[in-house]
Design a protein around this ligand. Structure first.
Ligand code: HEM
Length: 163
């Protein structure tokens, strides 16, 4: 085993995880802060949030992808049988971690590719902001679930050390 390479990849894995979780927290806090800033017109606030979410997506999606790819590399030294033994692994923390990563990917894809574009189209076409509230509430719930799942992934990652 090449220890220097394993340490480098684990460092990249942790940095990518930090960027992903930090980005999700930032998006949530900024969206709530901008939405609650009554000094700005509601249509402008919506456009600002859409713009911000689009820019942040360019940072957090690659970070999640890097975390997954480096996570798969970590398995080459973490699992006694290497990466190919992942499907038969009985390590409960690993099974839960990989399952939650899958859930986070699916929910984030739904958030970014389905609900957010619908809100964006509504904002661009000048739709009455009141009509967009349901889609916004759904996106808020999705964001909260993604954040909680991502935080649990961090605790499961720590637990991997001690299994
Ligand atoms: C398929 C995806 C993933 C796999 C297979 C995976 C696997 C692993 C493995 C084997 C380790 C090393 C554990 C050890 O040092 O004993 C690790 C560490 C870590 N992972 Fe992941 N990971 C994945 C995705 C993620 C994601 C998405 C995050 C964050 C949201 C994350 C956060 C971390 C952190 C913070 C550590 C360092 C903790 C430690 O060294 O104990 N991982 N991961």
């Amino acid at each position: 085993m090449n220890y220097e390479l394993a340490a480098l990849v684990l460092g990249i894995h942790i940095a990518a995880a930090a960027i992903w979780v930090g980005g999700v927290v930032s998006l949530g806090v900024l969206s709530v802060a901008i939405r609650g800033f009554k000094g700005l017109d509601e249509g402008f606030r919506s456009r600002l949030i859409v713009h911000l979410a689009q820019r942040l997506s360019w940072v957090i999606w690659p970070a999640l992808l890097v975390a997954i790819l480096t996570g798969l590399y970590n398995l080459t030294w973490y699992l006694p049988g290497g990466l190919s033994s992942l499907p038969s692994s009985t390590n409960p923390y690993l099974v839960a971690k990989v399952g939650l990563v899958g859930l986070v990917v699916v929910l984030s894809a739904f958030h970014t590719l389905t609900v957010s574009p619908a809100i964006r189209r509504g904002v661009v076409s000048g739709m009455d902001p009141a009509r967009l509230r349901r889609a916004r509430a759904l996106n808020g719930i999705l964001g909260a679930v993604i954040l909680v799942a991502s935080l649990i992934i961090l605790f499961l990652a720590a637990a991997l050390q001690f299994y």
